[in-house]
Design a binder for this molecule. Sequence first.
Ligand code: GLN
Length: 486
Amino acid sequence: MSHLYEKTASDLAGLLRSGKVSSVEITESVLSRIESLEPAVHSYVNVYPDLAVSMAKKADEDIRRGTAKALTGIPIAIKDNMCLEGRKTTCGSHILANFRPPFDSSVVKLIKDERMVILGSANMDEFAMGSSTETSCWGTTHNPWDIERTPGGSSGGSAAAVACGQAIVSLGSDTGGSIRLPASFCGVTGMKPTYGAVSRFGLVAYASSLDQIGPFARDIRDMSLLLNLIYKHDSLDSTSVEIGHSDFTSFLDNSVSGMTLGLPTEFFGKLTNEDVEKNLSEARRIFEKQGVNFVELSLPSLDYGIAAYYIIAPCEASSNLARYDGVKYGHRAEKFDNMIDMYCRTRAEGFGQEAKRRIMLGTYALSSGYYDAYYLKAAKIRTLITQDFKKAFESCDAILSPVAPAPAFKIGEKIDDPIQMYLTDVFTIPVNMAGLPGISCPAGFSRDGLPIGMQLISSHFQESKLVQLVSAFQRETDHHLKRPAI
Ligand code: GLN
């Protein structure tokens, strides 16, 4: 490995501390990688070389002074829905095309305090609605493993950037799979932490009861370092839970012998893709070799996960997106006859097709007379899903499942068929519905050389178990070390 952009954050942190390289050198290496690959991959909405280099200089000063922290000087990309003071935060939407937040989101504050280096904002589906990054108003991101395929979504830019060295680590958000799916499609490690574990303050809301910020990295060590940084109580987020955690890296070397993994029959019954099936059974074999026990279990309500999610998420979205009316900030139509006309034109011009579809779905489901039939019913299903998981965790430490039914699909393949697109998240959505932590880790490759991820799910605030299991897996395998030949 000759380039700095190919190295992991923990290797780079070692080099920084020993004075062998500077943060400015690392940052320049990543920035030049961004420049050379952006025309093909398009991971970013905005790249900030000026900001990145000035942050890197400050990081180098800290390192010289001996006040560096674990991730000081490491370049990071943040998804385009996390507020970064004074810089555009667009959510992949025309309606926020020129929005510059006057404040930092809490995760950005933590990144700045750590003296990490912010590279820019990563591309995403509009308002995080999608599974392919194709609904971004800035154009789609391409999968670095195969430019004709999608990187997954909605955090496609964050995943693609880490996969091809356009960032060392990144942050995404996950409402129904938006971290785990792109991690799986791009061959990187990504986690959706427990709901409430990471502050959502300054994260532009999509479906507030499901949204959660989480890390992307090339291996579990880097992912744990970033998780350590963001896994903090925040009084600015009323759903933030005050729960301490130990250093996640302290679980990396623990043995997994004697742990039990659950295999949900409903999930495996749905598997039709041979490559995914093969890699999952191989993963099981690797865990068994390390002394992990397996139990089959049933999660009967999971079958209703997608149907219930596509009521709850659009309901919350229709309410959250009501604020974009052209009055306080964001796009405003230039020509209009009166106030109502201004609202209508602003929203008609500003939102893309998928956002409009969700707003209409949600508004309809919440309208008078329909609430009980749709929203209330979906909320009840959500409770059943949560109970199913709770019961499952009485007999296992974590659940092993696929991340997606198949490897990365082609750009354009599903964009005109929303139902097919929605079905991509069949294995990830129930995890958000129950507020559980879930991780996606490289588990192998398809016959065409596309990455395939596996998902591990644990009970609330048991992220350390996921770290422990994935670390044991990555000690025995080299899938996470493979990089796309781009
Ligand atoms: N694909 C799902 C949706 O469109 C999940 C997206 C997400 O997790 N943000 O709602």
